[in-house]
Write a protein that binds this ligand. Structure first.
Ligand code: ADE
Ligand code: ZN
Length: 336
């Protein structure tokens, strides 16, 4: 293989951290706005993209929630999900676990059923037509109340077979994991795998990661790079073989760096680090571009890149027979 760029492009991939609403590209936003008669506060795509100038998590989240105003009907959720899965397939993603944020829609009067039915139909169509498999993780928003989170969890229950995991995202400031302890205990009892965002360089990152591990007992950590500040946290994450879903381009947009060197350090420690895209339409990079960025910033070699992909398939919430099939395909990639 000629170079690392080509190696990355062809490598079978598994994405564990992507927000469906974060894949809504400017052109689709304008098309849906026209279709649904929604006014956008930008004259054109160039003006919209110029506003994608984030320097921290809240400045990103403001634009992210604003963008969702065009998502109203089941077909809209189908369109955004199918477009993401087609893009992912073009970058050799074999399997994706995708977040969705139902509260950002139900709070605007869009029924939960409308959201999940559109997404589900796109997943089925993408698996049939494109051969890309996916599962859903329902996220609740940590800057809203625990009561609203519980109501949302209860709303998911009729659709339990369509959802593999339960997560926590949005603004971390003053919204620690323990705020949602009862909600996540119930989610566990309902059979969901658990994950939570521990965004990079937050005010209490290390303490929040401690809570994720000890109070919530998550099955995965989204981002979680700041665990490296504590040998005790790293040991526990290693002991439990928890995957960490790092998103280099997102990190570079909302923190001083891509944290690629931290990814390298995690690999050296044997931690299950993975590379993902987070909100690719806003941070301007899908999983392929994120691998390229991580490779460049930390001078990763082929073995590192393969390990990152292997970690993601191993950390996926899939039956082991399916996982083994994906892992065999990945192994075959370097044996020819
Ligand atoms: N919602 C969408 N992307 C997010 C991120 N990176 N952190 C927290 N909440 C999010
Ligand atoms: Zn995220």
């Amino acid at each position: 293989m000629a170079n690392l760029g080509e190696f990355i492009a062809g490598m079978p991939k598994c994405e564990l951290h992507v927000h469906i609403e974060g894949t809504l590209e400017p052109d689709m936003k304008f098309a849906l706005a026209r279709r649904n008669g929604v006014a956008l506060p930008y004259a054109d795509e160039a003006a919209m993209k110029a506003a994608y100038d984030f320097d921290d998590l809240p400045s990103f989240l403001k634009i992210y929630y604003e963008g969702m105003s065009v998502l109203l009907h089941e077909q809209d959720f189908f369109d955004v999900t199918f477009a993401y899965l087609a893009k992912a397939r073009s970058q050799n993603v074999r399997y994706a676990e995708m977040f969705f944020d139902p509260q950002a829609h139900t709070a605007r009067g869009v029924p939960f059923a409308t959201v999940i039915r559109g997404i589900r139909r796109a997943q089925a169509e993408a698996e049939r037509v494109l051969g890309v498999k996916s599962q859903l993780i329902c996220c609740v928003l940590r800057d809203w109340s625990a009561e609203f989170a519980m109501t949302t969890l209860l709303e998911t229950l009729p659709y339990k077979d369509w959802i593999v995991g339960f997560g926590l995202d949005s603004d971390e400031q003053n919204n620690p994991p323990v705020k949602f302890k009862a909600v996540f205990e119930r989610a566990r009892r309902e059979g969901y795998f658990l994950t939570m965002h521990a965004d990079v360089d937050q005010r209490n990152s290390a303490e929040h990661i401690r809570q994720l591990l000890e109070d919530i007992r998550v099955d995965r950590i989204d981002h979680g790079v700041n665990a490296l500040e504590s040998a005790g946290l790293c040991d526990e994450i290693l002991r439990r073989k928890l995957a960490l879903t790092v998103c280099p381009i997102s990190n570079a947009c909302i923190s001083p760096s891509s944290k690629a060197k931290e990814v390298r350090r995690m690999l050296e420690l044997g931690m299950r680090a993975t590379v993902n895209s987070d909100d690719p339409a806003y941070f301007r990079g899908y999983i392929g571009e994120n691998f390229v960025r991580a490779q460049r910033d930390a001078d990763l070699g082929r073995q590192d890149l393969m390990q990152l992909s292997r970690n993601a398939f191993e950390g996926a919430w899939l039956p082991s027979a399916i996982k083994d099939r994906f892992l065999a395909e990945l192994d075959a990639y370097t044996s020819d």
